[in-house]
Design a protein around this ligand. Structure first.
Ligand code: FES
Ligand code: FES
Length: 165
């Protein structure tokens, strides 16, 4: 079946089995392996992508259901090749990752939060990442990274392009 979607700003036409998940399509058909497969049944958040502005689990959506959606994966988060977004840089600075398996999911969930909420409270940050599991960090540094990114983005000129988070 055909599915036409936009992935990281590029129009893509997929021809996939009806049972193929968006997660498998991103990884296996498009080579975007930064979207990680964890539990593959909606629990861990490792597969989080942004679809039409919402953080969603790519393992719970069929590729054919993504028809018409505008998807951002971790590969589309940085402002330019070889650069990091403010949020990615904050994750590095606060040591918010260890093995990194969960990290792309956290970054995308937090990106949605920061696009909507200029100065999120700790409770809002916790809620935004509550669907993402990390087995390594204990979450404290991840929350600090998001707070740091919010602070840095708050000091920026509001003309920054969308996605710079
Ligand atoms: S792989 Fe999708 S939620 Fe775990
Ligand atoms: S950094 Fe290892 S699971 Fe989160």
């Amino acid at each position: 079946m055909k599915s036409e979607l936009t992935v990281n700003g590029r129009k893509i036409e997929l021809d996939v089995e009806p049972r193929m998940s968006l997660l498998d399509a991103l990884r296996d058909e498009l080579g975007l392996v930064g979207t990680h497969a964890g539990c593959e049944h909606g629990v861990c958040g490792a597969c989080t992508v942004i679809a039409d502005g919402e953080a969603v689990r790519a393992c719970l959506i069929l590729a054919v259901q993504a028809d018409g959606l505008d998807i951002t994966t971790i590969e589309g988060l940085a402002p330019a090749r070889g650069e990091l977004s403010v949020l990615q840089d904050s994750f590095c600075e606060t040591h918010a990752l260890q093995c990194g398996y969960c990290t792309s999911g956290f970054l995308l969930a937090a990106t949605v939060l920061l696009r909507r909420t200029e100065n999120p409270s700790r409770a809002e940050i916790e809620r935004a990442i509550s669907g993402n599991l990390c087995r390594c960090t204990g979450y404290t540094q991840i929350i600090e990274a998001i707070e740091l990114a919010a602070e840095r983005l708050g000091h920026r000129n509001t003309n920054e392009p969308e996605g710079a988070a």
